[in-house]
Unconditional design. Sequence first.
Length: 319
Amino acid sequence: MLCLVCVGAFAQRRSTRRGTTKKPVTTKKAAASNTVNNVTPPQAQPSVTDTTKRPAALTAKKFDRPLDGYYKKTNILSARKTPYANLREADVIFAKRIWQDIDVREKMNQYMASPKSRLIDVLMDAVNAGELTAYDPTPTKDDPGGDSFSKPLTPEQARGKLADSALITKSDTNGNVISTERVAGEFNPDSVVRFRIKEDWIFDKQRSVFEPRIIGIAPLIKPKAAEGIDLDLQPAFWIYFPEARDILATKEVVNSNNDATGLSYDDVFMKRMFASYIVKQSNDKDERIKDYAQGIDRLYESQRIKKSLMDWELDLWQY
């Protein structure tokens, strides 16, 4: 009897321990009920970036211009002028001042009128940017020729010299003319077909060299006059050539035969790669060739002066 009581008590204790370690049934029932009702437990949503608040710089792609060719032409942009040799007054035993005209319509000078690189555009861009100074060509008592670089012009005045102007009249209500005003029009670079250069031909006994050195360059224009009056071409303004050499050395000349010559406007002037004719030489009467020669005789006189310069140099040497 005692044994049965002990066995019953031991069995009751084991059943009590099993009851305490049993998992609750309610959670399983709740999960089962959720599955039956097709209810999915809530899950964490992924973060979404608002693209409407992005800055415009990130959305727009930066424009990168492609290279026009297979190499960059940087040599001409960094080119510098070749300076003249030092010249002393004591070494100059002969000097002659010459004025020559360059016609861009001639075959040898057509590169100066190329739309890709006009000479007048090079000069005007530098004048407008303040890199070059234009000088007034109007003759004065102290400057009879108007080419001594005595009176500088502003960029606006230089543009006004080249642009075609129109005369505008102002009238009152009754039709009476009150005043007249000349207004500058738009400048046409193709209207400039000639340039004038002023240069000195110098013989340096120290180096035994006879060479020309350009002093100034001027675009020529035809001023408007009354009907029946035909005026000659006159300088619009003068540019001091030694100052312009820094600009001309970085401006490439268009060559119809080869695009890789790398020649600049400074090169063509230093190497005399242009055709020109003499219109004046220094003389005691300050006369131009057209003052004492007419027609074809003007061209013959120009060639005679040029030949006399060459002969002077040849006569220095003995063979």
